[in-house]
Design a protein around this ligand. Structure first.
Ligand SMILES: [Zn+2]
Length: 201
């Protein structure tokens, strides 16, 4: 059985798994950028007049990445760590240091300090949440996983995984992968057909 709705072990106001579902709002999130599909993903979202939250690894964030358009077009940008590491394997001090570098890099390049952090692999502990919080960020998980990382061969299942489990307030986990880029126009149509609206965190 593949998991779709993830349950988390503690209830902490610094940890976000869903948004306010009023007006059928949902949040689309894209991890693991920036990369070669970022512009295509932005284009598809803009075409449908929908927005999304992007969680970028700051080691990949250079001034020439499309962060400015991302903000201008009404999307959100958070940290996915400086590198893609498992925070639960780091000491509390190393977790803080890693996040501090990420926040510093993002702020230096964009001029905007991130408000949200998505831990790589969704792996975190209390020290992670505390470190993020001390740097001004809430930790964001998700309530609905698209499983796009294992669906390279059957990208249409990405659409089904989401549409069959959509509910108001859902935070949906997607990635800046080729297969996700490919199905995105159809996915956005399906979301619209079901009368859901996208919102930021
Ligand atoms: Zn990731």
């Amino acid at each position: 059985m593949i998991y779709n709705e993830v349950e988390f072990s503690f209830n902490d106001p610094q940890v976000v798994t869903e948004i306010d579902g009023r007006n059928n709002q949902i949040t689309l999130t894209f991890d693991d950028g920036p990369g070669k599909y970022t512009n295509d993903i932005l284009r598809s979202l803009n075409k449908e007049n929908m927005n999304a939250y992007f969680f970028w690894q700051t080691s990949r964030l250079y001034a020439s990445r499309p962060w400015e358009n991302l903000y201008k077009e009404g999307h959100g940008l958070g940290s996915h760590g400086h590198r893609h590491v498992d925070f639960t394997r780091l000491s509390p001090e190393k977790q803080w240091k890693h996040l501090q570098v990420s926040v510093r890099e993002m702020t230096q390049i964009t001029g905007i300090s991130p408000e949200f952090f998505r831990p790589p692999y969704g792996k975190y502990n209390k020290d992670t949440v505390d470190a993020a919080s001390s740097l001004g960020m809430k930790t964001v998980l998700w309530s609905l996983a698209s499983l796009d990382w294992e669906l390279k061969q059957s990208p249409e299942s990405i659409i089904r995984n989401i549409t069959e489990h959509l509910n108001p307030g859902a935070v949906i986990l997607l990635h800046e992968f080729r297969q996700t880029r490919d199905i995105l126009p159809e996915l956005l149509q399906e979301i619209r057909n079901r009368n859901y609206k996208t919102a930021l965190l």
